[in-house]
Design a binder for this molecule. Sequence first.
Ligand SMILES: NC(=O)c1ccc[n+]([C@@H]2O[C@H](COP(=O)([O-])OP(=O)(O)OC[C@H]3O[C@@H](n4cnc5c(N)ncnc54)[C@H](OP(=O)(O)O)[C@@H]3O)[C@@H](O)[C@H]2O)c1
Ligand SMILES: N[C@@H](CCC(=O)O)C(=O)O
Length: 429
Amino acid sequence: MVLSSLPSLETASPAHICPFDQACSYLEAAAKELHLNQGVIEILSHPRKAITVSIPVKLDNGEVQVLVGHRVQHSDILGPYKGGTRYHPSVTLREVSALAMLMTWKCALLGIPYGGGKGGIAIDPTHYSVGELERITRRYTSELIKDIGPEVDIPAPDVGTSAREMAWMMDTYSMNVGHAVPGVVTGKPLSIGGSRGREMATGRGVMIIVREALATQGKSVKGAQVVIQGFGNVGGAAALLLQEAGAKILAVSDAHGGIFSPAGLDIPALKAYYAQNRRSLAGFPGSLPVTNAQLLALPCDVLIPAALENQITEENCDRVQAEMVVEAANGPVTLAADLALEARGVTILPDILANAGGVVVSYLEWVQGLSYLFWDEERVNREMEQLMVNAYQKVVQQSKQRQITLRLAAYTIGVGRVAQALTDRGLYP
Ligand SMILES: NC(=O)c1ccc[n+]([C@@H]2O[C@H](COP(=O)([O-])OP(=O)(O)OC[C@H]3O[C@@H](n4cnc5c(N)ncnc54)[C@H](OP(=O)(O)O)[C@@H]3O)[C@@H](O)[C@H]2O)c1
Ligand SMILES: N[C@@H](CCC(=O)O)C(=O)O
């Protein structure tokens, strides 16, 4: 499928910035830096396969709805396609295609033997009952049954999904093939072969990257003032672990807005409050309300967008006061904002590095499953930390050697490894 032929109406992300076009721009920049052959660039600019499925679901009230789901398989040059499954109203084929491409570079950068994929369903999961979500997930998995598998394409959680959806996917796939296949997904519950440490893994990886990046600048995470957009799996875990590491979390937000405390938020207390307060941050004792727009403009040392794409744009980047932006989300800074922030000397830790902790522990989960030997959490965290620190150091070294930004350095490593494998395999002689 040629993505450029898709209708432009699909570019429904904030400010109508097409995430796939942006992903291709970064690929082109890396390819230029590496002097890659045009044929290689052409191959890597297109997903290998893009699957769109209809998902008919009978709602609890008897009504039938037909939802739209996608799975995009960008590249399997280095191993099975790998990447999350997103349930969010903004999901489009172009968005999923961009996210699948990012997964290819992320896995290559981290040196794990996977390609890149991503899936999603255009729904707001909060509008459906648990029973409806289970039926939707099972039907989506059935529609993809021939295209996923532990050696083919391995889904994992992303926005709006968690271990619960992975268990339903694993069960549906296993029932179809006639025996248990835990390796078809990662991020599953421990009871069916999940890994210790996976739930906190992306946030832990973010904490490690913040700590390393501050250390590179001769600063400490202890006392660093941090602002986080998004209080879900990634933002919530990053907040907790950064606070444990000594940082002061000044503000956090969800889709409804945020809260701010100049003295720093007590994250364990906030997590308990959030769960009891029907997932609302509003009114947390000692905090002041902030909008998401205000939150991005708060003075701080480190700003961590951990929600969706295109949050820091050409329009609002002038208001960003942070000295460092750490992309816990995929694609939270637009291309124009990226250039403007870099020009102002803001350090940007790119998504394919900063949020790789999740897929690294997905890989460790897959390895444990394949060897039928499960590790304690301390070992999982140690192995993940080693891969994250190693990748961070390589990115810094590449950035210094080539005099390029950290993002371009990360891309040149990821894209370069895939291009090399592509050439060595003879797919582009
Ligand atoms: N899960 C992983 O393992 C993983 C790994 C690597 C990267 N990522 C990336 O990290 C990001 C977050 O993923 P997640 O797994 O944490 O998802 P999640 O658990 O569903 O949480 C998403 C968070 O973002 C908030 N949010 C949504 N729209 C927002 C907006 N417009 N402004 C501010 N906050 C908003 C949500 O608020 P509500 O709850 O109010 O909707 C929620 O707090 C995504 O870009 C994802 O691709 C995830
Ligand atoms: N959705 C996550 C995790 C992917 C995975 O574990 O396969 C990401 O964007 O990296």
